[in-house]
Design a protein around this ligand. Structure first.
Ligand code: SF4
Ligand code: SF4
Length: 380
């Protein structure tokens, strides 16, 4: 069901809304709505409301969060640098402390994506994307033709500017990493709350996530209380990799798994109203992380759209299928290319992208995984 929101202007001046307009406008929209190039808005020159003709009135309709049309998605590692030093980060401290050296100007990045002739959904990640020079300008340039989703720890003031300049209709979602312990160490709670609240109020689909270390799971109730004043709820995100000498998610205890499932279920319920009008799930779909508590599925050999519908982009513009198994040229020098069809998986796991772009495993493989998971659960 499409939700309509109307803004009415005459010669640039807003007309005060009336309670009955929404229904009237929806009726007009059904008759006269035209899809724009981006598929999310329409403009009507003259409308009639309740029998009163309103000449010269322009009606603009938007469909919030329902249609984000794109040809190809990319996990774009914009930079390695970050202001935080989370102990579970994939990058070591030297990498996180790298001096930022953009491979191209913002204009050149825009040109690189535009000349591909495709509409991209660019998942900007890092490092911390918002420390990238002129980050908001880059987003403004890209959202003219493309769509964004972004991972961020939400500490920088530039998010206030982002909320003013970028249309929520061009941003699929923002994953606002809470990183509770590191945030406390850096005195970063207030900036996070201010930025997330501003973005949420501006209409962005924003999710607060919390990497589920054993310490974070033990403090989850506290995290819930901290986010409640801005109308947010933490989503537990499965810890992957080494932490405190143990390998996760295999090292979770059964108590921690139970806690994870409990909070994951609560997060699903909390975000359900915001997700119901979307025409697809957010790609970073942490609401299904409780299925990954015993390890990630095996995608080896399954047909996957990565290489045609999905790519990984490095800070220098090099394009790969997902891990670095197959190269697809470089966006900045114009050598990017893509496959004609889905190919079997031959790469390392790319978390949420595997789930989105690979075919469903055969029943025998799913049963094998279920049996293995059950045995592990019983043995713990
Ligand atoms: S905020 Fe993200 S990129 Fe930065 S140190 Fe933490 S996990 Fe790594
Ligand atoms: S690792 Fe994941 S995204 Fe890459 S080819 Fe395999 S299933 Fe597809």
């Amino acid at each position: 069901m499409v939700q309509m929101h109307a803004a009415i202007q005459t010669a640039g001046q807003a007309i005060p809304s009336r309670p009955d307009w929404r229904l009237s406008l929806a009726a007009v929209a059904r008759v006269s709505r035209q899809r724009g190039r981006q598929g999310t808005s329409a403009h009507l020159a003259i409308i009639s409301l309740d029998g009163d003709e309103q000449r010269g009135v322009e009606l603009q309709l938007s469909e919030r969060g329902t249609t984000m049309k794109y040809d190809v998605e990319a996990d774009w590692q914009l930079l390695n640098t970050c202001n935080y030093r989370c102990p579970y980060c994939f990058f070591d401290n030297d990498t996180l402390g790298e001096k930022i050296k953009p491979a191209a100007s913002n204009e050149a990045w825009q040109h690189a994506f535009d000349r591909s002739g495709l509409t991209w959904l660019l998942h900007m990640t890092g490092g911390e994307p918002s420390v990238y020079p002129d980050f908001v300008d880059l987003c403004a340039r890209l959202t003219g033709r493309h769509l964004l989703s972004i991972n961020s720890n939400m500490t920088y003031k530039s998010w206030q500017d982002f909320a003013r300049r970028i249309s929520p209709r061009r941003v699929s979602f923002i994953n606002a990493g809470f990183h509770l312990a590191e945030r406390e160490r850096k005195n970063g709670l207030k900036p996070y709350l201010d930025n997330v609240e501003t973005l949420r109020e501006a209409g962005f689909q924003i999710m607060s996530s919390l990497v589920a270390t054993p310490e974070a799971l033990a403090r989850f109730e506290e995290a819930i209380d901290l986010l409640a004043p801005i109308g947010m709820f933490p989503i537990p995100k499965v810890l992957r990799g080494h932490h405190e000498g143990k390998s996760y998610p295999g090292a979770y205890t059964s108590t921690e798994r139970r806690a994870f499932r409990h909070y994951n279920e609560a997060a699903r319920a909390f975000y359900a109203p915001a997700l119901k009008d979307r025409d697809e799930r957010p790609t970073v779909d942490m609401f299904g992380d409780d299925r990954m508590l015993h390890g990630t599925p095996n995608y080896d050999g399954l047909r996957c759209g990565a290489g045609r519908l999905f790519f990984k982009i490095e800070p220098n513009g090099d394009v790969f299928r997902c891990g670095n198994s197959r190269a697809y040229g470089n966006l900045l020098d114009g050598t990017f290319w893509r496959e004609d069809r889905a190919e079997p998986c031959d790469s390392v796991h790319c978390y949420y992208f595997c789930e989105k772009y690979s075919e469903r495993p055969p029943l025998s493989r799913r049963l094998h995984r279920l049996a293995r998971t059950t045995v592990r659960e019983v043995l713990r």
